[in-house]
Design a protein around this ligand. Structure first.
Ligand code: ADP
Ligand code: MG
Length: 347
């Protein structure tokens, strides 16, 4: 093979940079749903409505009643690395919002047709920004934001080809909302597909306490699961682990009902998965998969969430400490009802 002729080094155009970055953030429609719901929650929404067409490929619209975006910031919101959530490295150390990288909207805008529609408290009406043309027009809406994303991946057909059937993509979108719903019982969620309401989880009135969490778990995963699980509530130093752990009888063939959160963020983490699994070591046999929803609250300075653009991975400063706490939390929860039953049987 002849060597390629050398070409001069050039900076890539902005749009291409965004499209490349989008590959990391947006794998499929569900990735867009996750990012937009993250944004709605960061804006303080109490109700989030997701509307989909063709499994999200034709349309994803996420509507919230949050703080809204001021008119003159709408265009900025679409720029790369533009965020209202952090402004210094110090902020990053203790980030309390779902987002902070300022990448999602820019990424989505580079690979789909997007519009931002928003109204803040002080506005007399909403403004709608067309992501492609930059056109801004007044529209009617109450306070909050609606982001519409159409024809995902139209510009990147290679990615579009990797998409599965609409039904499969829809299932992933629902799963993305479910992950948010399980950690925010104080927020109402609704999912529509092709004009039909397919899921609706009402907000608890008031606090996101254990009762509210139990009710939401029952709404999202079913009342049988709630009945077949035990409460987890365990402290170790500054670590607090709460949630529910399914009894061994509730275990499943697939690991599709294992939800783990760190400081309110859904994560997929080997340390947490392994810790939870090891708590079932003596009571679960073969390849049965436990069911659980576990919430780890910890000092944000002891966990790094800036590991991957999707923020689904985290790195713990002391993973042994976290592993032990989660394992003990689940072990104790599983032991408690058996201990009580044994005590009852004793006399
Ligand atoms: P990030 O969430 O990391 O800040 P995004 O690209 O997702 O980056 O969003 C950019 C900015 O747009 C956010 O920082 C926020 O100020 C604003 N924004 C996006 N979605 C919403 C929303 N639903 N409600 C209010 N503001 C929003
Ligand atoms: Mg965001």
């Amino acid at each position: 093979l002849a060597p390629l002729p050398r070409r001069p080094i050039r900076e890539l155009p902005d749009e291409l940079i965004s499209q490349i970055a989008a590959g990391e953030v947006v794998e499929r429609p569900a990735s867009v749903v996750r990012e937009l719901v993250d944004n709605a929650l960061d804006a303080g929404a109490t109700q989030v409505t997701v509307r989909l067409q063709a499994g999200g490929v034709r349309l994803i619209a996420v509507e919230d009643d949050g703080s809204g975006i001021p008119r003159d910031e709408l265009a900025v919101a679409l720029r790369r690395h533009a965020t209202s959530k952090i402004s210094s490295l110090q902020d990053l150390e203790s980030v309390g919002t779902m987002g902070f990288r300022g990448e999602a909207l820019a990424a989505i805008n580079s690979i789909a047709d997007m519009s931002l529609l928003s109204r803040t408290e002080g506005d007399s009406h909403a403004w709608q920004l067309d992501g492609r043309s930059g056109e801004l027009k007044p529209v009617a809406r109450s306070r909050g934001t609606t982001v519409e994303v159409r024809e995902l991946f139209y510009a990147t057909p290679a990615r579009r080809k990797f998409l599965k059937t609409d039904a499969t993509e829809l299932a992933h979108c629902i799963e993305a909302v479910r992950r948010h719903a399980l950690v925010r019982p104080d927020v109402g969620f609704a999912i529509w597909h092709e004009g039909k309401l397919i899921e609706q989880w009402r907000a608890s009135d008031g606090a996101a306490d254990q009762n509210a969490h139990d009710q939401r778990l029952s709404d999202v995963l079913g009342s049988e699961l709630l009945a077949q699980s035990v409460a987890v509530d365990y402290r170790s130093g500054a670590l607090h682990v709460t949630g529910r752990a399914g009894i061994p009888d509730a275990a499943r063939a697939r690991a599709d009902q294992q939800f783990a959160y760190v400081n309110g963020r859904y994560v997929r983490d080997k340390v947490l998965t392994h810790a939870a699994r090891s708590a079932y070591e003596d009571v679960l046999h073969g390849h049965r998969q436990p069911v659980y929803a576990l919430y780890v609250a910890m000092d944000p300075a002891r966990v790094d969430v800036n590991v991957h653009p999707t923020k689904i991975e985290v790195r713990f400063r002391d993973s042994r400490e976290v592993h032990q706490a989660v394992r003990h939390a689940v072990e104790n929860a599983l032991a408690a009802p058996r201990a009580a039953a044994a005590a009852l049987a004793a006399p």
